[in-house]
Design a protein around this ligand. Sequence first.
Ligand SMILES: [Mg+2]
Length: 248
Amino acid sequence: MFFLLILMNLLFSQEQKSEQWMNHSVEFKANCYQVYSNASKMLDSAIKDRMWSAIPSQMEDQMVWDKKLAIILDLDETVIDNIGYYDFLRSKDTSHTSENWDIWVSKAEATAIVGAVEFIKKAEAKGIEIFYITNRACKQLDSVKCPQQESTLENLKKIGLKSDDYHLLLKDEYKSWTSDKGIRRQMLTEQYRILMLVGDDFNDFYDNAVNLEQANKEDALYKNIKYFGERWFIIPNPNYGTWQNFNK
Ligand SMILES: [Mg+2]
């Protein structure tokens, strides 16, 4: 068994091993369940504490108690699981390109991350609005202005979640909606008390994380680490993310 593990280590690239872990391991599924289960347990405290917010700038806002309640989640590898994309690429004997990703998104075949649907339904039942801030990009294809919006809503419906274009904020839907998610988060704070953030990338929590150098990113993490497990909930993603910019 030991030699088999060594052989597999030699045969597969780190990228393949990450994909295999997310595809086949019970450990990944248990991690996801753990994240959503812990987030569920914090829902009542978050609602009851009328000054509670997951957005640091909003924690200073004395009028925050008067706002509607919301939770912001990322989509890919947070709510929806795109592991099928790799099977799709293999079936076509091709690799990742933005065109292939567009085809995959249009198929609306991603599955649900373990625990996500149950958590979202529980939050909705408590009167919390769910917003998805995703870096799936709005791009005109053929004559359709943003087909990614409809495909993503269809995919959410397939995994049992109802949403609409108001609650789904795609990258490039407006000029200022860049890959940094800060502007979209800040916009929502005008009307909503944001109870929790859920994501798989530091960019899902911290403004301007995409542009930070590694040392500054670590600094930002340790200044805000107390929020993780209480207001910020992170799903592990060894496969891709802004963590790959560690040479910056
Ligand atoms: Mg993601």
